[in-house]
Design a binder for this molecule. Sequence first.
Ligand code: ADP
Length: 404
Amino acid sequence: MDTILVVNAGSSSVKFQVYSVEGEGRLRRQIKGQIDGIGSRPRLRASGANGDPIADRAYPIEAIPDVPAAMGTAGEWLRNELRIHPIAVGHRVVHGGPDYDRPVLIDHGVVARLERFVTLAPLHQPHNLAPIRSILAGFPTLPQVACFDTAFHRTHSPLADHYAIPHQLHAEGVRRYGFHGLSYEYVASALTQIAPEIAKRRVIVAHLGSGASMCAMNQGRSVESTMGFTALDGLPMGTRPGQLDPGVVLYLISEKGMSAANVQNFLYRDCGLKGLSGVSNDMRELEASVDPKAKLAIDYFVYRIGLNAGMLAAALQGLDAFVFTAGIGENSANIRARVVEQLGWLGGALDPAENSRNSRLISGSDSRIPIYVVPTDEELMIAKHTLSLLMTRPTTNPRQERVS
Ligand code: ADP
């Protein structure tokens, strides 16, 4: 069985999925796993195609001190115990910089170029690159593909790509990149199946998970996003503030004496729903809480989604559909209902029964625009890109390059 391994490596976890390649290039998810607690309480957990657990093991801290060690452990488990020898590996890489507008086959030159973007995404890029480097060293002939969260947004016009700062900084890479691109790309392609006519028109997609952003699409291409230079901007998130006057950062430095590292930590870990509520970064806990600050955090989240919808509708000069995706967007009927209320002036109206069932189409018959719930699948998107680059690259039979 030909398989593709998809890797999504973060600072304390390596998530992986294995897809089998079936007839006509169809992909089927066989294994979903992760090693989390890297450097603290490492644990490998995995489930099979039907969701049944197939592994749950704890490791001593020194066995898996870092991301490359986690990748090594996961790889050994797949090879030695499950006899899985992937024909290629696809990686989620947060930053493709100004130039990469699509996935790319990895070689040493690509890794060197991607290293340059570490300064643009210091919390994510190094961890994304670590398993790439270790696989490149251990299995130099195994094809690897980098899929970028920024790539889908490279269709932005110069106006949407710039900040009002001197050009030199733009040339250095200080631009409005936008993120969650693999999720938006998946939703755009799913929409072509669900509603082909709508997919060609003006659509706002709200990716509402622990990280949250919104994307304005026209003809399936990104024209504007709420995220910018980093994944801090735009909507409030689990622990990130979203849009913030840069003067607040100056205040933290000059009045609170915070260092750059402290500010970074604060903005990525202590703000957003967590900071505002003082209760939790998890929407389920906020919805269950009776604390007025939890209510304020939810109100703020919904309000900012509404404000940003207006901004994106202006970028699109109208709106033909709205889509919810990711953990909150796919599962919270309450948040969706409240967001749709905010969309009333844009013609949005809800069908409460369909909404409470998490149906695909949740707008009412009186809605001027269809409103959809489309579960995202970034890993499948990566697997598809990886297979398609593997098939189109000018080289020998990929089966000859299996890891053995
Ligand atoms: P990520 O992949 O960015 O970690 P997810 O897309 O899984 O995040 O989304 C996580 C968020 O989704 C959390 O805030 C979680 O509380 C929320 N969520 C998941 N299920 C529900 C639910 N049934 N109701 C409300 N929120 C939910």
